[in-house]
Design a binder for this molecule. Structure first.
Ligand SMILES: *Cc1c(COP(=O)(O)O)cnc(C)c1O
Length: 423
């Protein structure tokens, strides 16, 4: 149940006082504007730095300094299996078994690796279904991957678009598109949360529909991970990938992650692009001829782990362990609900919120379409200590992050928006 909102500073401060997660804010470093913390509403693009990241990096730098190559086996967290301690916290965030997840590479690299394994086109079954207007990198990955298999993107990729005059997808239209593609469908590659509109897709029913026509269900969780509740294993999702620098606060260019359902992850016969780090762990350093995959998602690792990035990532996801995804989501629904209320209060019909109003169909983010002078409104806000992001052609994205944003932040944003619109 959402509380009855009031757009006042007193109300916002009372909510902050009652917020069980209020102290987590102090674990993060905020950029400053005129000697004051900015109103940071762009954690969906780059999450703030947890203070614990510096300590974690210093530990690895010190182990490297003291031990040199011996750090592979004798560092505080031995580097040769550095992925292991990240598996449980990541699994809790995405709703998986620890052996179904691994932190590795960048997101787009991982999309290609998952396509290499899970996109196996045949003469009759070769189509890929995705959402129209997906993130450009995903688009380029699909387009080029399909070409590399000798297929034409225009014959292969089906894009599901919102209906005429609508901004977001109707869940039934996605399912209908899957049914319509039927036996020709090899793979569904959908976002969990749409980066532009902030719409959450029903991953459970999309997966079910994909399986009914014999297709694989794969998700890009860039905007979903650490933002909305996920139960990938229970939903029977085949595979997924995400990045760690958005809601997971693991730093610019941070190490990404994948989930592979155990029914696939334990299958050593699946085609893949391999490297030595996915080799059977007991024998990895025997340097033998002939690839033998280990078991679990870790078998998809190619290279030795980027320890510095992984150290930052571990420190950042440990905060999720402490706070608990359920508590984070509970606060998020109220915080974003408050943001919606404040925007309606100060802007009325001058700002259209294109993100669904139903809390089940959105995460932290609200995407705003400003009827007039959107870019000028955005520039005004940025110049007045509110950090947001602008996405062409005409959307301002705002995302109050429950781990570190306060109700007072949202109230301050409302005041700044009021002033921006009065300009
Ligand atoms: C942020 C984001 C990316 C970025 O890709 P990188 O490989 O991490 O640079 C890709 N896809 C989606 C959907 C995103 O939101």
């Amino acid at each position: 149940m959402l509380p009855v909102f009031h757009n006042t500073l007193d109300f916002a401060r009372q909510q902050d006082e009652d917020d069980p997660l209020q102290n987590f804010r102090h674990r993060f470093l905020f950029p400053q504007h005129k000697d004051r913390e900015v109103v940071y509403l762009t954690g969906n693009s780059l999450g703030l730095q947890p203070k614990s990241v510096r300590t974690a990096l210093e530990q690895e730098l010190s182990d490297w300094a003291m031990l040199g190559v011996e750090g592979h086996f004798h560092a505080t967290t031995p580097w040769w299996k550095y992925h292991a301690p990240l598996q449980a916290p990541l699994a809790h965030i995405v709703g998986a078994q620890p052996h179904e997840v691994v932190a590795m590479n960048g997101l787009t690299v991982n999309l290609h690796l998952l396509l290499a394994t899970f996109y196996q086109p045949t003469a009759g079954r070769f189509k890929i279904l995705c959402e129209a207007g997906s993130f450009p990198s995903d688009d380029y990955a699909l387009e080029t991957h399909v070409r590399m298999r000798g297929l034409k993107p225009e014959d292969t990729i089906i894009e599901v678009a919102p209906r005429q005059g609508e901004q977001t997808l109707r869940p039934e239209d996605i399912l209908e598109a899957i049914r319509a593609a039927g036996q020709s469908l090899a793979l569904v590659m959908f976002a969990g949360v749409q980066y532009y509109t902030g719409q959450v897709f029903d991953m459970k029913s999309i997966t079910f529909a994909a399986h009914q026509v014999g297709a694989i269900a794969c998700f890009d969780l860039a905007h979903a991970v650490g933002n909305v509740p996920l139960a990938l294993h229970e939903w029977n999702v085949d595979c997924a990938a995400w990045c760690s620098y958005k809601y997971l606060n693991s730093g610019p260019g941070g190490v990404a992650g994948v989930y592979i359902h155990e029914k696939h992850a334990m299958n050593k016969d699946l085609p893949r692009l391999a490297g030595w780090w996915g080799y059977d762990e007991q024998e990895r350093f025997a340097m033998k001829k002939g690839y033998r995959p280990s078991e679990g998602a870790q078998a998809w690792q190619l290279s030795n782990a980027p320890v510095l990035l992984m150290a930052a990532h571990k420190a950042a996801i440990d905060i999720f362990e402490e706070a608990g995804m359920e508590n984070i989501r509970a606060k998020s629904e109220i915080l974003t609900g408050f943001l919606e209320f404040v925007i309606r209060d100060v802007a009325g019909s001058r700002v259209q919120i294109i993100t669904p109003s139903n809390p089940a169909e959105r995460g932290a983010q609200l995407s705003l379409f400003v009827e007039k002078n959107g870019r000028a409104v955005f520039d005004y806000l940025m110049a007045h200590g509110v950090m947001l992001d602008w996405r062409e052609p005409n959307v301002i994205r705002t995302a109050p992050v429950p781990l570190y944003n306060s109700f007072e932040d949202v109230w301050r944003f409302g005041e700044a928006l009021k002033n921006a619109l009065a300009q």
